[in-house]
Ligand binder design. Sequence first.
Ligand SMILES: Cc1cc2nc3c(=O)[nH]c(=O)nc-3n(C[C@H](O)[C@H](O)[C@H](O)COP(=O)(O)OP(=O)(O)OC[C@H]3O[C@@H](n4cnc5c(N)ncnc54)[C@H](O)[C@@H]3O)c2cc1C
Length: 555
Amino acid sequence: MTTPKPSTICIGAGPAGLTAAYHLSKAGAAVTVLERDPVNVGGISRTESYKGFRFDIGGHRFFSKSREVEALWDEILGDQFVNRPRKSRIFYQRKLFDYPLKAFDALMKLGIVESILCMASYGKAKLMPIAKPKSFQDWVTNQFGQRLFGIFFKTYTEKVWGMKCTEISADWAAQRIKGLSLGTAVMNALFPRKPKSKEATIKTLIDSFRYPRLGPGQMWEAAAAHVERHGNHVHRGHDVVGLSRDAGTGRWTVTTQDTAGAKHSYDADNVVSSAAIADLAEYLRPAPPPEVLKAARALRYRDFITVALVVKDKGRFDDNWIYIHEPGVKVGRIQNFKSWSPDLVPDPTLNCYGLEYFCFEGDDLWTAKDEDLVALARKELVHLGLAADEDMVDGHVIRQPKAYPVYDDHYQANVQAVREWIEKDMPGLHLVGRNGMHKYNNQDHAMMTALLAAENILAGHRKWDVWQVNQDAEYHEAGEDRSLALDSGRLVPSRMAPARPEDISATRRADTPTWDPTAARPASRAAGRLSGRPRVCPASPGPWCRPAPLWPWSR
Ligand SMILES: Cc1cc2nc3c(=O)[nH]c(=O)nc-3n(C[C@H](O)[C@H](O)[C@H](O)COP(=O)(O)OP(=O)(O)OC[C@H]3O[C@@H](n4cnc5c(N)ncnc54)[C@H](O)[C@@H]3O)c2cc1C
């Protein structure tokens, strides 16, 4: 007689929740996925749709250094991938600059006067550099000069990260823009190097990318369908509001509220949670001890709005997306969804642009009415000269809460406190994915953590330590491939440590989220000291984590 496989509830039908459910379903285990979104699966990697126009939250490229993840994508999606050329440029003063920045292209487009001023400011920076650069601004100014810093770094960085370049630690810039200066850029432009074969491979990956024909949501719809074909369930419109463990039986009961307000409950041996840690802690019973709850509540997030504008297609640009460095507009980036896949747009005479705004939940942008956001996006698109007002057809707003987990001075200690309590007192609860583990990573990482959690469930013991996996000898024996997926970390800037106690309290009073990607480091440091080692790009970075371009940005 065979022992029945343990049953599992997955909270969230994003890449992590669905990967766990997919793997468990394939192994013949019972699994129920509970997703709060009433319509879509895919989480942040979903594809939204409006009157037949389909669009992503940010534009999702499919690339992983892990062959296992790539193979899983192929297995789920079959022949539905398209290979798309990759093109993105920087918009500044009504001109589109090559990306990565090319010295001559940049100087030509800036014009003779501005180019001379840039060169003079570069010369000044070289002759009189800022001694001991502390901030991102200091570091980039030393490298490229004050003027180029203002044009190609300041505006976009501040929009994305929501803090001033004078507050961002210099070490992020040092890591991100390592080894490049205007001098080397000019030299590279004059005497281009022949790429070595490995570089050529990376370049190919950068020049094109794989993308599901109908957007990333197509991948996750296919995964959900697979789970259901195995007799398991994916319940949409079910917001998990309660999660309790029976100490006697060790079984879990999960309570959901559906869109009509009705309550439902589900039982299982295990729970895989990709819900944000800060939310999970609120509905866990028995409730976490006060210090654990406090740690979970202290975790912060940066949020994101896409305004999808349907326009008459005048073919004004064919980039996949454009970085907006123009001061005076709030938009940070513009996606061109037809360039991601023509099948995202139902009418060939139209196009759909996604104007992206980085914000904090509750701020003026977040709380603005949809019609005001559409009006703002229209105005800014016209102001930038990327569409004419008479070409505007329609607009739609999508808000994505908790798009980016914030790495602040305390996030690691906070995550650790929650994790230790769960591991000790909540056996059978597995944290996976991006917000589920408070890790600023891509789909492949989210999927790999879920795959390992599913293997632990099937094994009936902790075969893999999903958190410590890189240090785990057994894990390494299983092959490097998996660690490549788990290594898809991105660079995140860190705020410089405040100088004096009064600065610390001022920061707290202002309730400003801080950012710090560092690992082990003291919580506070003296002024002027760098705030730790930033996360580093993997050795051969994916297209969304590219080797040192001439300026920093985020996806
Ligand atoms: C702007 C942007 C661009 C990106 N670009 C790329 C890219 O190019 N390539 C790439 O690979 N990755 C990219 N990413 C990252 C990618 O989106 C994430 O890594 C991935 O979606 C994380 O998967 P997840 O399942 O861990 O979490 P999520 O995608 O956040 O899914 C979690 C799911 O859980 C559900 N949920 C949460 N709480 C509850 C609850 N209480 N009850 C029920 N359901 C709940 C949510 O509704 C959601 O569906 C990008 C991210 C952003 C923000």
